[in-house]
Design a protein around this ligand. Structure first.
Ligand SMILES: [Zn+2]
Length: 358
């Protein structure tokens, strides 16, 4: 074994150590893995049919693509069937060109490649260089995704219906579903605004994963005033079980108006040691009456340590971390789901909201 091989084998072993006990794709259940990409986002969904969907891909530079590859391998995947990009920022699209060199990537969905700089700055000379690997990567197919579109995921007979649907893209949202509830007009009228966001965060995809009774909400880095439009005047999404905390927990996002409309039981935050997990967001989450658990991919190591969740709900507690993932597995009947941190042994079971008698 030469030194390079020894090095790569050691790295692979270390990375696999971050995902012990992860469900193999052959298991007919839904599993979701939040890969630690140090303040970016990368959510890997493995369907009961064994298909995979990666939503966002962390940053370029080896570390994040390597962790995504290790997570995919630990889940028994040979390829990424679908990659969905929420918006054109490097902590979300940066990793995928390298991932595509490590394992085959099928269909790429995004909200359309920006013709100019995505953040409304025509003088931005960096973006064309940053996006070049994404434009040029080899994938099977590329499609633009719009509000209302659904991914063509394979269903497994005699298992709950599985859908991954786009509820919003480029600030265009689905029409109000029949029976959607209204948020009190006074709440909408009196809600605080934070001003127009001209960055691409405001254009993030809004995604809803449903598996029978189970519902997971992911909205990339969608920002405050745009979030309000998902709740006012009509609650477009309705209650969810799990909320992937938007924008790494930054206070430019996570509008309480939307959070109260979503009523999540579990929040999972893809933050970094110094990024996200901001006091205002933590206060909003803590004030939600139905929230039972708040997970963080990282301990917040800034001075405001009091904003951290309880230690057992944190996947990585040290700065020099092992890149531990957070895993969620939905039971085949979709009435319960378990959230775990395989590397620490933490696991906790929750009942889906639709299964709780009201
Ligand atoms: Zn981000």
């Amino acid at each position: 074994m030469n030194r390079l091989h020894l090095f790569s084998t050691t790295i692979a072993a270390l990375l696999l150590g971050a995902f012990p006990g992860i469900a193999r794709a052959a298991d007919p259940k839904l599993s979701i893995l939040w890969v630690d990409v140090e303040g970016g986002a990368a959510t890997l969904i493995v369907t009961p049919a064994g298909e995979s969907v990666l939503i966002d891909s962390g940053s370029a530079g080896g570390r994040d693509p390597g962790r995504i590859q290790a997570a995919a391998r630990a889940a028994g995947l040979q390829k990424i069937d679908y990659f969905v990009l929420t918006h054109f920022h490097t902590d979300h699209f940066g990793g995928i060109p390298e991932v595509a060199q490590l394992l085959p990537v099928g269909v790429v969905y995004d909200k359309g490649l920006p013709t100019a700089a995505p953040d409304g700055n025509p003088n931005d000379t960096r973006f064309p260089l940053l996006i070049k690997p994404y434009r040029e990567m080899k994938v099977a197919e590329r499609r633009q995704i719009h509000a209302g579109d659904t991914l063509p995921l394979r269903q497994v007979e005699q298992t709950p219906k599985l859908t991954l649907r786009c509820l919003g893209a480029n600030q265009q949202f689905i029409a109000a579903p029949t029976g959607a509830s209204l948020v009190p007009a006074a709440d909408c009228a009196n809600a605080r605004t934070k001003g127009k966001d001209t960055s691409d965060n405001a254009n993030s995809l809004v995604l809803l994963l449903e598996y029978g009774d189970f519902r997971l909400f992911i909205a990339g880095d969608l920002t405050w005033d745009v979030e309000a439009r998902l709740a006012c005047p009509v609650n477009l999404v309705g209650p969810v079980d799990v909320y992937q905390v938007t924008h790494h927990g930054l206070a430019a996002s996570n509008n309480p108006l939307l959070l109260r409309a979503l009523q999540p039981a579990v929040a999972i935050m893809s933050n970094g040691t110094q990024k996200g997990c901001e006091p205002e967001t933590c206060a909003t989450l803590s004030a939600l009456p139905g929230l039972q658990a708040r997970y963080q991919i990282h301990r917040n190591l800034r001075a405001d340590v009091q904003n951290n969740t309880a230690p057992e709900y944190i996947a990585n507690r040290e700065k020099n971390c092992a890149g531990n993932a957070i895993q969620l597995t939905v039971a085949p009947d979709s009435h319960t789901y378990e959230v775990s941190i395989p590397a620490t042994g933490h696991h906790r079971q929750f009942t889906t909201q639709k299964s709780i008698p009201h």
